[in-house]
Design a protein around this ligand. Sequence first.
Ligand SMILES: CCCCC/C=C/C(=O)SCCNC(=O)CCNC(=O)[C@H](O)C(C)(C)COP(=O)(O)OP(=O)(O)OC[C@H]1O[C@@H](n2cnc3c(N)ncnc32)[C@H](O)[C@@H]1OP(=O)(O)O
Ligand code: NDP
Length: 260
Amino acid sequence: MMSIFAKDLFKGQVALVTGGGTGIGFAIARTLGQLGARVVIAARALDKLESAAEQLTAGGMAVLAAEVNIRDAESVNALFARLESEGWQPDLLVNNAGGQFTSPALSMSPNGFRAVVDLNLQGTFQMSQAFARQRISQARPGSIVNIVLCLEQGIPGMAHAAAARAGVVNLTKTLSWEWAEHGIRVNAVAPGTIATSGLENYDADNLQAGIDRLPIRRMGQSEEVAEAVAYLASPAASFITGITLPLDGGEHMTGANPQR
Ligand SMILES: CCCCC/C=C/C(=O)SCCNC(=O)CCNC(=O)[C@H](O)C(C)(C)COP(=O)(O)OP(=O)(O)OC[C@H]1O[C@@H](n2cnc3c(N)ncnc32)[C@H](O)[C@@H]1OP(=O)(O)O
Ligand SMILES: NC(=O)C1=CN([C@@H]2O[C@H](COP(=O)(O)OP(=O)(O)OC[C@H]3O[C@@H](n4cnc5c(N)ncnc54)[C@H](OP(=O)(O)O)[C@@H]3O)[C@@H](O)[C@H]2O)C=CC1
């Protein structure tokens, strides 16, 4: 997919994409890199990150693979300290890392619920706070884009993720208020079902049943998410903050219903 944006849109900027070694995060990293950004891809599995970085570098991009566990505040702080000392301090942050498992709410263990909230909500907060502290201490503007889930009809079978991502939607609004005076915009994209290897964790028949109900009756592509992220992160969206953009073929009207 060809980007509609100017080739040097993000020239001179560094973008940090969590979960940037796989799936949607990889597509976001590639798009921002093609648009001139130097890109940091960060996640837990360094081997996957390094092979993704190799692919992107082979395409002419400047890419750094960096290990982080977004659930661990010390690991997050260490990442930002490292990026600053190595000259990769990010101007843009894409909080893409996340995930969950399907389970009826009645049989979810407290620890299972907590693990998903910890990853998607606490992790996103920790990354955003570390990013904003660094930007604000140096009086530099910035932009954050959070990747959430389509949740407008609730998400039966994923109560933990529905709650955590709704938390991120409101966190997006709240941080956009608090950090606007520092020139930091905060927005989110809410994808529906997007064709990535991440979907191997989910029942294919349930996914298809959800797709069959969509007005646009297909899965989305990672590149479609990446283009929306590029727009929200760019100066073209300089008057937009606090929003969550549905990118879902209409799933915000039909719901996903993964468990039935
Ligand atoms: C229509 C559906 C559309 C779906 C669209 C969305 C797609 C995507 O999001 S794609 C992203 C793809 N990747 C994933 O979703 C995988 C993400 N999963 C994880 O990263 C992890 O499984 C985790 C964060 C959810 C948990 O990580 P961790 O803390 O390392 O896990 P533990 O093994 O320590 O377990 C903690 C706790 O959670 C319970 N648990 C874990 N997996 C399941 C499961 N599949 N079913 C039920 N319970 C699970 C586990 O048992 C632990 O609880 P206790 O046993 O009570 O200690
Ligand atoms: N595919 C879809 O249909 C949809 C996906 N989403 C969301 O989009 C995002 C990307 O999903 P997708 O690309 O499909 O799936 P992936 O499983 O490929 O992406 C998840 C990424 O998150 C990283 N990650 C997970 N846990 C952590 C952690 N604790 N610290 C740092 N990184 C972590 C993983 O890397 P590693 O394991 O190496 O840490 C991986 O790169 C996720 O938040 C997902 O929930 C939202 C809607 C729909």
